[in-house]
Design a protein around this ligand. Structure first.
Ligand code: SIN
Length: 326
């Protein structure tokens, strides 16, 4: 049996919930040699800024136990090259393009939203307000509900009405629900949870930080429980708001865990570096996870872990999944 994996990115329907995570596959070109990129729900691009940017000095990556630290510093071609080269290429491949944007000021985010709204083929905008690799923590808008809301309000008011706007949040806060609520009140159509956690590695031979930028963002399996916790908390507080879950997903079962916590889409990131076909594998595995449990529709199990253990599961009655439930 193949499950019905359709899901909604705001008001946009996607054929399935597996997306790339921003920053792990540029604008999708690298992956096209491994699989048909139109098969997955969407390609989420590397965050694009107004101007081209070379990013932080090298070394910019370090392996860690069950994870990876990056200190890229938002390297990218800038919005002009992105619109001329990358977006048309994604469209020519039949891929759905979720464009991640990043800025140093509210005005920059607003300008990016305007430029993307004038272009054809933007499926959604993911507003990256949580990159840890910026000059000052004050530029991590997602660390403060009011600053986050200011960015989202500016983007929502400048983005074309039919383009859903998602806010990408940081787990490095005391109360992620407060930030999520502020973004949604400011007009965000959905939330992307989570960006990397700020971390550091010191080389005990050189006795200095491994990364030239000293600190970096931790991703990979080590952060998955943090991501699941954030998705869970935000889903409990804002049950109607669509969530893209991400953080250390390696298998269909990992994706299923995030869906049970409340994500209706799942982005796949760090695993792509050693398994570039991971998105299609995880899509197949997720289908198998659902089918093995007799679950016919993905939509029936989004956030299911929040239901009391004894409650009847809507859409699962009489299924193997229902029989297995305690
Ligand atoms: C980077 O380019 O430094 C990573 C971007 C991010 O984590 O948001």
């Amino acid at each position: 049996m193949a499950a019905d994996l359709r899901t909604r990115l705001g008001h946009v329907e996607l054929p399935n919930p597996i997306l790339t995570a921003s920053g792990c596959a540029a604008a999708g070109r690298e992956l096209a040699q491994f699989f048909d990129i139109s098969r997955i729900g969407a390609i989420v691009t590397k965050s694009v800024m107004l101007a081209p940017r070379s990013g932080r000095p090298t070394p910019r990556m370090a392996e860690t136990p069950s994870g990876m630290l990056n200190s890229i510093g938002l390297q990218g071609p800038g919005i002009d090259a992105f619109l001329q080269r990358d977006l048309p290429w994604l469209l020519s491949r039949g891929a759905r393009a979720v464009v991640s944007i990043a800025g140093g000021t509210v005005a920059e985010y607003a300008e990016l939203a305007t430029r993307l709204s004038d272009a054809a083929g933007v499926t959604a905008i993911e507003v990256n307000i949580s990159c840890p690799n910026v000059e000052h923590r004050g530029q991590v808008f997602a660390c403060d509900p009011a600053a986050a809301a200011e960015v989202l309000e500016a983007v929502r008011s400048r983005a074309r009405y039919d383009i859903p706007v998602f806010a990408k949040l940081s787990p490095d806060v005391t109360d992620i629900v407060a930030v999520a609520k502020a973004c949604v009140s400011a007009g965000a159509d959905g939330l992307s949870l989570i960006n990397t956690l700020l971390g550091m590695v010191i080389d005990t031979d050189t006795m200095r930080p491994v990364l030239a930028g000293e600190t970096g963002g931790l991703s990979g399996p080590a952060i998955r429980p943090v991501a699941v916790r954030c998705i869970w908390q935000v889903r409990a507080a804002l049950p109607g708001v669509p969530i893209i879950g991400m953080g250390g997903v390696r298998t269909g079962r990992d994706a299923f865990e995030m869906i049970l916590a409340g994500a209706s889409m799942v982005s796949v990131g760090t695993v792509i570096f050693h398994d570039p076909s991971a998105c299609v594998r995880i899509l197949r595995e997720l289908d198998e996870e659902l089918s093995q449990r007799g679950i016919e529709r993905l939509a029936d199990v989004v956030g299911l872990a929040h239901e009391p253990r004894t409650a009847p599961r809507r859409g699962l009655a009489g299924t193997a999944a229902a029989r297995r439930m305690p």
